[in-house]
Structures are given as C-alpha cells and as structure tokens.
Design a protein around this ligand. Structure first.
Ligand code: IMP
Length: 180
C-alpha cells in the first residue's frame, strides 16, 4: 500500500468494504418494493456512493447534488450554496441522501429542509462517517457507517483543499510538524 506520511490511518479499506456491504444489506431490506432514488452529495460522497449502490440489491436510480459549505479551509462556514441541483422532481420517489461525513450538521440540515419542501415519499440519510462531537444542528441519521473522532479526516472521497480523495482508506490529516 502507498504510504501517505501526513495521513494517520484510522479505518482501513477492508473494514470500510465490510461495513459498506452491511449498510447495503440493511438498505436493501428497508427499501424492498419501494421506488428508490439514491442521491449522492458531491464531491465527498462519490467513492462511498459508487461502492454503496453496488451493495444495494434493488432496482434504483441515482442522482447527485453538489453543495459548497467549506472553502479550502477546514472549518464550517455555515453558509450552504447549491452548486448543482437534482436532475428531476422527487415527489414520487423514496429519497436516500448519501453523505461522506456529518460534522456540524449545517449542510445536512439545509439539504433536508430544502428537499422536504419538494415532498418526496420519504427522505432518509446514509452517512459514512458521523463526527458527533462537532454537531451544532441536530439531524436525523438513518444509516451510519462509523463514528468519527473530532479530527480532520481524509481519504475514500474526503478531501483537504481538494487533495487525498483517492486515498483508499480513511485517515486523520496530521498538521505540519505534528508527531504521534
Ligand atoms: P457540516 O456542514 O459541518 O456537517 O459538514 C459537511 C461537509 O463538510 C461534509 O460533507 C464534508 O464535505 C466536509 N467535512 C466536514 N468534516 C470533514 C473532514 O473531517 N474531512 C473532510 N471533509 C469534511
């Protein structure tokens, strides 16, 4: 495996794959017989989304939204902008949002508010990581991959200033000069 000296491994690729398979099985059970639309929130969810939908053994559709809540920094701005909206209406669909990580909850709170005005048949959330300690807004999470410590994590789709999305595992980004 390629070494990334500034990334301290937290969750390895095999552990992620096993958990994604479990989530897929749960979602398969819960949405059987329902018209399911899986909505990935770009860009951070793209790797998780690709793996997850292949573990859901149901007919389904996918769509994507792109939102911006952070600039290149690592602190939430609290300001959410929709950069790309859904391609079609959702009032006749059961919608499952797929997020990479819920941190302050500000992004997801905004998205749930926005999407519920479109009156989908149901609106659920699946997040790979839950950084619970950092929560400012309470948000309902139906499926959680892993709890996450209150540290800045990268890999498996998650970035820092656009980098590290292609790292196959999840790790904590160490500050310059940090040891341990
Ligand atoms: P929230 O609005 O604070 O919940 O943040 C949501 C978004 O911020 C996530 O979808 C990520 O794109 C980004 N984010 C939050 N924490 C991290 C992290 O530790 N690493 C990488 N991106 C993060």
């Amino acid at each position: 495996m390629t070494e990334h000296p500034q990334i301290r491994p937290l969750i390895d690729a095999d552990t992620i794959a096993a958990r994604v398979a479990e989530l897929g099985a749960e979602i398969t059970r819960d949405y059987a017989g329902k018209d399911l639309l899986v909505v990935g929130i770009l860009s951070g969810s793209f790797v998780f989304m690709a793996d997850l939908v292949r573990r859901i053994e149901l007919p389904l559709r996918v769509d994507f939204m792109a939102v911006s809540s952070y600039g290149d920094g690592t602190k939430s701005s609290g300001v959410v902008r929709i950069l790309k909206d859904l391609n079609r209406e959702i009032h006749d669909r059961h919608v499952l949002l797929v997020e990479d990580i819920v941190d302050t909850g500000l992004t997801l709170h905004y998205l749930l508010d926005n999407l519920s005005t479109r009156e989908p048949l149901s609106l659920g959330v699946c997040t790979l990581l839950d950084k619970r300690e950092a929560r400012i807004r309470d948000v309902p999470l139906n499926y959680v991959g892993f709890p996450c410590p209150d540290a800045f994590v990268v890999g498996y789709g998650l970035d820092a200033a656009g980098l590290h999305r292609n790292v196959p595992y999840i790790g904590v980004l160490e500050q310059d000069g940090a040891s341990s």
